[in-house]
Write a protein that binds this ligand. Sequence first.
Ligand code: OAA
Ligand code: MG
Length: 225
Amino acid sequence: MSRHVVVRDFERVPAEILKELAEEGASTVHEADGRRGAFTPELRPIQSGARIAGAAVTVSCHPGDNLMIHAAVETVRPGDVVVITTTSPSTDGMLGDLLATSLRAHGAIGVILDAGVRDAAELREMGFPVWARAISPQGTVKASPGSVNVPVAVCGQVVNPGDAIVADDDGIVVVPRDRAAAVLAAARKRTASEASKRERLAAGELGVDMYGLRPLLERLGVEYQ
Ligand SMILES: O=C([O-])CC(=O)C(=O)O
Ligand SMILES: [Mg+2]
């Protein structure tokens, strides 16, 4: 039988860094990390306008079974984002307002769920953000072992416990813990340069001039008629 574990303690990206990563948002953070870390876009937010960054608590569940989400709750610390996946694809509604209430009571600020979510209206009402593969009433059981706070692969990315998860209306990005401070510095720079570009574009300046793209268009053989 394979070994299943619940890891209680691990290092997290510091809260000051997470707070600022949330302000930068998923797309900027992804660019700032050399276009790394973006989840493929199958997981969609069930609400709009939520923008969070937190340290990952990871949960690997048997499909159709939410036992390990319950086991994960006591490992959550304030500010964490719970990243849940299943060992084979599932859209069953593994988490709803009750589990969200329990996770929130221990400090979770949101959930990334590579499976189905339910009680969508109640979750929106609670203001508890969830990104999920599906919304589904399909219930799940509590019967199979899994693991908590081990590395998980979700939507093309590996998430280690304690990594930074940044999620908003654009999607989800993971930043490895040891790169988070450097990525934040790069994101700040990018945001500053975007502010001046935004002003110039609003004033009518053309991207082809601002980015110096005319020689490129010419080199590529694009003819103006
Ligand atoms: O209880 C469950 O299995 C999932 C759910 O609906 C909830 O957390 O509210
Ligand atoms: Mg429910």
